[in-house]
Design a protein around this ligand. Structure first.
Ligand code: NAD
Ligand code: TDX
Length: 332
């Protein structure tokens, strides 16, 4: 049995990770989360009190981070400002949380010689052309496009430097776009599902040809756990499940699954600098660590996600109006 410190555990992927760990291992978990606009303690309701604790605080708080890291065997760092559109409107919290927060964690794991796993994104690699047969691999050069992805790239590079210079016991994973329960309604899929529940037509940025490589959040998290258990210190693993689909097709599928005409959506202002295509080659994770995804059918995973948002209106309703008010300012 180990004790895990999970930063950002009240967010989308982190809260699903905590549930996954508590359900599939005998580890104890402490979540460190600042409960920003994106964090929600309700996402952690009902977890066993003898194995789980929530500490409300920031990864930028050096003393708090130091004490919590010292008390746990492994730190898994999910906490981040995570939304590209927000980073275009105000990059400042991205610099603080994604760069300074990662620095504080690295200093603490270095001081206490603890195992660290860093959660990152495929967006650090920039984007691919639609007709390019290539996918991202662990050797693709970094070339991020947005304030969000550049701060994630910077945080990855800090980890690599702390491994090489100070011998920190770290691994990194870069995953593609996640979907599933507990995702904030600012993100593409939940925004459209919850809009349709309210009778609002989906909103597609630009022409909607942009491709994302969708993976169910549980598959991301099973891969993270595998890397924590079996990953080679200092190495990077790409996580993806061959789920490429363009945004227009995703909206049409949501409309179909919600019994609406598949052309009942609107085109809105495009995202500045909008990355065209992400695609992950997860060969290394599959061959070296024997990981395989469980959710192989996007359609049924999406249908289950729609059911979850229909059944959990109490969870998402409080954040919906403020999120749409933000989008209204940029015509999105
Ligand atoms: P999210 O926005 O849903 O959750 C982020 C969490 O971090 C929230 O609970 C928030 O309160 C917390 N947080 C923010 N600033 C903090 C701070 N200073 N101190 C402590 N907690 C803080 O994000 P998510 O989608 O769950 O993403 C989690 C991680 O996974 C991020 O590192 C993100 O870059 C990465 N990632 C996300 C995706 C995706 O598709 N969502 C894909 C690949 C990688
Ligand atoms: O209303 C919308 N309409 C639309 O067409 C929204 C909110 C988005 N989009 C487009 C933009 C993207 O091409 O949908 C695609 C997905 O958008 P997001 O959900 O904002 O995700 P993305 O920008 O791809 O980044 C996500 O995946 C990688 C996460 O937010 C990141 O944290 C992760 O690193």
């Amino acid at each position: 049995m180990s004790s895990l410190l999970v930063t950002g555990g009240a967010g989308f992927i982190g809260s699903n990770f905590v549930r996954h760990v508590l359900a599939t291992t005998d580890h104890n978990v402490t979540v460190l989360d600042a409960i920003t606009y994106a964090g929600n303690a309700a996402s952690l309701d009902g977890l066993p009190e003898d194995r789980f604790r929530l500490v409300v605080g920031s990864v930028c708080d050096a003393d708090l981070v130091n004490d919590l890291v010292a008390d746990h065997d492994v730190t898994v760092h999910f906490a981040a400002e995570s939304h590209n559109d927000n980073s275009l409107n105000d990059p400042s919290p991205f610099i603080q949380t994604n760069l300074v927060g990662t620095y504080e964690l690295l200093q603490a794991v270095r001081r206490h010689d603890k195992r660290y796993h860093h959660i990152s994104t495929d967006e650090v690699y920039s984007d691919l052309e639609l007709d390019d047969p290539a996918k991202f691999t662990e050797n693709t050069p970094y070339n991020p496009s947005s304030p969000y992805s550049s701060t994630k790239a910077g945080s990855d590079l800090l980890v690599r430097a702390w491994v090489r210079s100070f011998g920190v016991q770290a691994t990194i994973s870069n995953c593609s776009n996640n979907y599933g329960p507990y995702q904030h309604v600012e993100k593409f899929i939940p925004r459209q599902i919850t809009g349709l529940i309210d009778g609002v037509r989906p909103k597609l940025y630009g022409a909607g040809e942009n491709v994302r490589d969708w993976i169910h959040v549980d598959d991301h998290n099973s891969a993270v756990l595998r890397i924590i258990d079996d990953g080679v210190i200092g190495e990077t693993y790409l996580i993806g499940a061959d789920g490429e689909m363009n945004n227009k097709s995703v909206i049409e599928l949501i409309l179909e699954l919600m019994d609406q005409p598949t052309d009942a959506y609107d085109h809105v202002n495009d995202r500045p600098g909008h990355d065209m295509r992400y695609a992950i080659d997860a060969t290394r994770l599959r061959t070296e660590l024997g990981w395989t995804p469980t959710y192989r059918d996007f359609r049924s995973g999406l249908a289950a996600t729609i059911d979850w948002y229909r059944a959990n209106e109490d969870w998402w309703r409080p954040m919906k109006a403020a999120t749409e008010a933000k989008y209204a300012k940029t015509g999105q």
